[in-house]
Write a protein that binds this ligand. Structure first.
Ligand SMILES: NC(=O)c1ccc[n+]([C@@H]2O[C@H](COP(=O)([O-])OP(=O)(O)OC[C@H]3O[C@@H](n4cnc5c(N)ncnc54)[C@H](OP(=O)(O)O)[C@@H]3O)[C@@H](O)[C@H]2O)c1
Length: 254
């Protein structure tokens, strides 16, 4: 897909917009970054591994700046936004996507596991948003990536579910705090999505068990989340605010 033109004029859904995406060097956020650029945006992606960022920049091809850093590290977030401010001055779309998850059954949860989950999914997400605020333009869109684990009752995933569930509360309060600036805040909540990381984490039997919960019997593809992110980022969702949009093939619904 290329930036759409009508009579020589760009009419992409994000024409002239600046987007920041944490965790944007792989998986669904990389698919989203590509789509945002195809729709006319300039995109900043953040991730910890330089090689992955370099590959992502090549894959996206144009209108992208990669800033190496950890979304749970407040100094790294400052460096990210300093770069954005220097290069573009302001932000229209913030997709706080970086997150992590690991299995941990109640009774065996360690302090380290608790801190790992909450320092990125909760604390990191909050400061990713808060530190972006001075740069976000009026009518901007903030999207946070949740997980349908927070809507279910999957044994072993309470820590992850809890660390993501905060976002639904934050979206509602923050949009009210930001109403004067007409900034929308929504949560994009994926179900199982086939990424390289998924394949690394789970064996074939586990993936088959996940897929048995999905009506169509197949996990989502990163591109199927990217289109939902584009919807929430763009004016297509201008009347959608404070919502959690679940993209999980119906797994939560049934
Ligand atoms: N895949 C799923 O089935 C699924 C389902 C529900 C929700 N989610 C959520 O989706 C997000 C992950 O997306 P994905 O599965 O598409 O990604 P992925 O393929 O696992 O890639 C993760 C991306 O995030 C970056 N990242 C990881 N930790 C980071 C950190 N602390 N700071 C900055 N960047 C970081 C990674 O790069 P580096 O490693 O180089 O930092 C990479 O670019 C998480 O929020 C996760 O909770 C995933």
């Amino acid at each position: 897909m290329e930036t759409h033109q009508l009579n020589g004029v760009n009419v992409g859904k994000l024409d002239g917009k600046v987007a920041v995406i944490t965790g944007g060097s792989a998986g669904m956020a990389l698919a989203g970054a590509k789509l945002f650029v195809e729709e006319g945006a300039y995109v900043f992606i953040q991730g910890r591994r330089k090689d992955a960022l370099d590959d992502a920049v090549k894959e996206i091809g144009r209108n992208v700046t990669a800033v190496q850093g950890d979304a749970s590290d407040l100094d790294d977030l400052d460096r990210l936004y300093d770069t954005v401010k220097r290069e573009k001055g302001s932000v229209d779309v913030l997709w706080a996507h970086a997150g992590n998850g690991e299995e941990a059954v109640l009774g065996e949860i360690s302090e380290e596991q608790f801190d790992r989950a909450f320092s990125l999914n909760a604390r990191g997400t909050l400061f990713t948003v808060q530190k972006a605020l001075p740069l976000i333009n009026d009518h901007g869109s903030i999207v946070m990536t949740g997980s349908n684990a927070s809507l279910g009752a999957f044994p072993g995933w309470s820590l992850y579910a809890g660390s993501k569930a905060v976002q639904q509360a934050w979206a509602r309060v923050w949009l009210n705090e930001l109403r004067g600036r007409k900034i929308r805040v929504n949560v994009l909540t994926p179900g199982q999505v086939a990424t390289a990381k998924q394949e690394e984490l789970f064996d074939g039997a586990t993936i088959a068990a996940f897929e048995s919960l999905i009506p169509r019997g197949k996990m989502g593809r990163p591109e199927e989340i990217a289109t939902v992110a584009l919807f929430l980022a763009s004016d297509d969702s201008s009347y959608v605010n404070g919502m959690e949009l679940v993209a999980d093939g119906g797994a939560t619904a049934i």
